[in-house]
Design a protein around this ligand. Structure first.
Ligand code: PGA
Length: 256
């Protein structure tokens, strides 16, 4: 059984003071949640404060990105050992990083390897753009991203990783894939590719979140789908009320 995992991606928002206040409020509002794993991904400057604010809580801390080298002359980057001091997870290959910061399937693969080498759990983002979606290329494209991400990753590591299927056209737009379409893409493009790369058991062990305009109003429809194991939430994770409502609505939907 895959335990659902809902994570908030705070992107380039929140000063240290704001991030700390948000973390403390979520710690209180989500303290009784047990059936769903929880995480938040503050920006790098707030990682220390948020990790302190959430120590001993049921909310895990994730970085939003990192470089693959452990140290060296790489101005502006943060490294796996630096992230490991403050977080347990790291988001890798978010579509915004692929679109604006030159991330490729190859850099994503290098970062996944670096994460495992330092005992960090990667949350790896994949998903098609609107043109690919309209042209019916989604399954082929997402499958290719999976091949790239998992190159030379052994099955025992692959199983620990979380994937986030985020159709790019649904991120921050208010549009979402239908839960049925997201479920189908995850089965046909993600799990079937993972069966080809590994085996049935590994493919079934890997958690796949849906991401793209997840809100309190639509989380229940996604979380009940058999292939969807949680959500990666952007905009709606920045307010205590909306992230709390997303998690609580998911808990309720799963309990039915
Ligand atoms: P959104 O972002 O919820 O604001 O659409 C999701 C994401 O980019 O992870």
């Amino acid at each position: 059984m895959r335990k659902p995992f809902i994570a908030g991606n705070w992107k380039l928002h929140e000063t240290v003071a704001e991030a700390t206040a948000l973390a403390e409020a979520l710690r209180a509002s989500l303290a009784d949640v047990e059936s769903i794993e929880l995480g938040v991904a503050p920006t790098a400057t707030a990682l220390y404060a948020v990790s302190e604010a959430l120590k001993g809580s049921n909310i895990q801390v994730s970085a939003q990105n990192m470089y693959w080298a452990a140290s060296g002359a790489f101005t502006g980057e943060i490294s796996p050992p630096m992230v490991k001091e403050l977080a347990t997870h790291v988001i890798i290959g978010h579509s915004e990083r692929r679109a604006y910061f030159g991330e490729t399937d190859e850099t994503v693969n290098r970062k996944i390897k670096a994460a495992f080498a330092h005992n960090l759990t990667p949350i790896v983002c994949i998903g098609e753009n609107l043109e690919q979606n309209k042209a019916g290329e989604t399954v082929a494209f997402v499958s290719q991203q999976i091949h790239g991400a998992f190159a030379d990753i052994p099955a025992e590591e692959a199983r620990k990783l979380t994937l986030a299927y985020e159709p790019i056209w649904a991120i921050g737009t208010g549009l979402t894939a239908t839960p049925q379409d997201a479920n189908r893409i995850i089965r046909e493009a993600i799990r079937e590719t993972l069966v080809d790369l590994y085996d049935e058991e590994t493919a079934e062990a890997i958690r796949v979140q849906y991401g793209g305009s997840v809100k309190p109003q639509n989380i229940a429809d996604f979380i009940v789908m058999p292939e969807i194991d949680g959500a990666l939430v952007g905009g709606a994770s920045l307010k205590v009320d909306s992230f709390t409502a997303i998690v609580k609505n998911a808990v309720e939907a799963l309990a039915q």
